[in-house]
Ligand binder design. Structure first.
Ligand code: SAH
Ligand code: AVI
Length: 334
């Protein structure tokens, strides 16, 4: 474990450890240097989520076309008591917790089961960790919240030692945003947070009709397009760059061979952006694309294979009646 750059205790039952100062910008700079100098330009999706990006993501979750959030919430509502009984969890660690909206369903079930003691949200968006911590201690009078502001690819070691049996929740299908090689590596790191009594509860979006998938990532109101372009606003602000977000078109395509959605930004015309903080320029030909996200879709076989590669075995596969989305409950292979 390393020392947090900042520890705050805004309330007797809340502690927030922050690990991002400086490191966040460094990693953005590294990702720009690495991803925008290649023939096929690419940026990792974690840079979408500044305060505006987090707000846009929340709006995406409410869109009629974006079925994952409401479907996962419905599965949780139906199965949370069973999950609470099976796990007997005293704490819930949540990776990429965001507003923790769906988390309440799990917290309610664990509270009713009488086992809940602590919630540990980990997210790169500091405002989200603080806001959800402060709201949740008001809503749950016996709950302690230990928030971690950090990058789950770099700061999983900073998750505090367990107080008792735990569930590590990784909801929303965010596991699909990892490229395939690093997805299994990341699952192995998550497995290190688990002891023999602990469980991973992971949300995975499922393979389905490409039309349904593409609509979910290219909504009629253009909210996802704005979310996609937000990464350019982040670069402009954080690295003193001058990308023209409106000079790029939002593209969302289902790649049937890889079974993933790709989001890209396509240059509407030839253009050059300057990234002053890195003393570099980035040229785009007309029609050139920058890949900003993949969102892999799963089958039971794919999820089981990924979990097995991380030393985890499936305990329950929980889906909705239409098999749009699945939650897997897994544990260390005995
Ligand atoms: N779990 C919520 C939010 C999903 S959106 C839900 O199911 O609705 C993805 C979340 O992961 C965002 O809150 C984003 O800020 C966070 N995130 C993305 N990349 C991250 C990273 N590398 N480290 C920590 N959090 C990250
Ligand atoms: C966070 N993640 C699971 C979302 C997804 O569906 O891949 C991010 C998102 N991108 C566009 N819309 C939503």
């Amino acid at each position: 474990m390393t020392t947090p750059t900042e520890v705050t205790r805004p309330h007797g039952r809340v502690r927030i450890d922050s690990y991002l100062d400086g490191g966040g910008e460094r990693s953005l700079a590294d990702d720009v240097l690495d991803g925008l100098t290649r023939p096929f330009k690419e940026l990792p999706p974690k840079h979408f989520y500044d305060a505006r990006g987090a707000e846009l993501f929340d709006r995406i979750c409410e869109l009629p076309e974006y079925y994952p959030t409401r479907t996962e919430r419905a599965i949780l509502r139906e199965r949370a008591d069973e999950i609470a009984a099976e796990t007997g969890a005293a704490e819930l660690v949540e990776l990429g917790s965001g507003t923790a909206a769906k988390t309440r369903v799990l917290l309610d079930a664990l509270e009713s089961a009488g086992t809940l003691r602590r919630y540990i949200p980990l997210d790169v968006t500091e405002s989200m960790v603080r806001m959800s911590a402060e709201t949740l201690v008001r809503e749950y009078p016996d709950l302690a919240v230990h928030g971690v502001v950090g990058d789950f690819e770099r700061h999983l070691n900073e998750v505090p030692e367990p107080l008792g049996p735990r569930i590590v929740a990784f909801l929303g299908g965010t596991i699909g945003n990892f490229p395939p090689g690093s997805r299994r590596r990341f699952l192995r790191q998550i497995a290190r947070l688990l002891g023999p009594e602990d469980f991973l509860l992971m949300g995975t979006d499922l393979v389905k009709d490409p039309g349904v998938l593409e609509a979910a990532y290219d909504d009629a109101q253009g909210v996802t397009a704005e979310f996609n372009r937000n990464v350019l606003h982040v670069l402009n602000r954080e690295l003193d760059a001058d990308f023209d977000p409106e000079g790029f078109e939002h593209v969302a395509l289902f790649d049937e061979r890889h079974e993933w959605i790709e989001m890209r930004l396509r240059a509407r015309r030839a253009q050059t952006a300057t990234v002053r903080a890195l003393d570099m320029t980035v040229d785009f030909d007309a029609g050139e694309e920058l890949r900003t996200e993949i969102s892999a879709k799963f089958t039971l076989e794919r999820a089981t294979g990924d979990l097995a590669a991380a030393g985890l075995e499936l305990v329950h596969w929980l889906t909705d009646a239409d098999e749009m989305f699945a939650l897997s409950l897994s544990r260390l292979r005995g």
